[in-house]
Design a protein around this ligand. Sequence first.
Ligand code: CTP
Ligand code: MG
Length: 229
Amino acid sequence: MTAGIILAAGRGERMGAGTEKAFLELDGLPLFAYSIKAFDACEAVNRIVLVAPAARMAEAESICASICAAKPIEIAPGGSSRQQSVMAGLAALDPETRIVAIHDAARALVTPELIAATVASAIEHGSGVAAGKVVDTLKVADGDMRAISTVDRSRLWAVATPQTFRADLIRHAYETAAAKGLDVTDDAGAVEATGETAHLVEWRGPNFKITFPEDLERAALVLRSRKWK
Ligand code: CTP
Ligand code: MG
């Protein structure tokens, strides 16, 4: 069984909207609803766990009901960091779960095709992390905005989500990260804490993280150009 964990329990401080980012409206729907729809439409996924702010559980439940998803959706209260929220999501998984796709609701442009590609990689290699090759030239600058040197980008990748894993592997990774007192910012980082490596899946479609107010309009433009929305 394959489950998706959709993380929607962040505060959205950089957005500065005064409310949780995942609940902000994008073209008539809360941000997190787009990820639920993409996971619901992905044939490789059987169940969904939504990690929501503890204070908005009832609201999250009624929004999920209004989406009329075909797949079962469990709602779990999140924690104070992304790592805590992932651990809450892992704890809420059905024990039969073999593959788990962890996804940031802030990446509302995720598609069923991308989810399926990461699941296929996790079945084959144990993990599948959405990633894009870094195309910009990277500079190291000093505090006065003076470019000092250029970084070799030939082996650099920008990682996104979904980050999909064999369930036993990612559970062990987060237990190890917690035991070491680490606060990782992504799931592949937890795997790295065990000394293992995660497998990247190249994805070139728009899948940026909605972080600042201007990202909402950019995401709306992409969504309007899609038929499956
Ligand atoms: N997230 C979460 N629980 C947290 C922190 C983050 O579920 N305690 C989720 C967010 O809802 C988001 C994803 O993790 O979908 C990626 O985090 P980010 O983009 O940093 O969102 P926020 O933490 O909400 O934003 P900010 O860092 O600007 O406060
Ligand atoms: Mg954050």
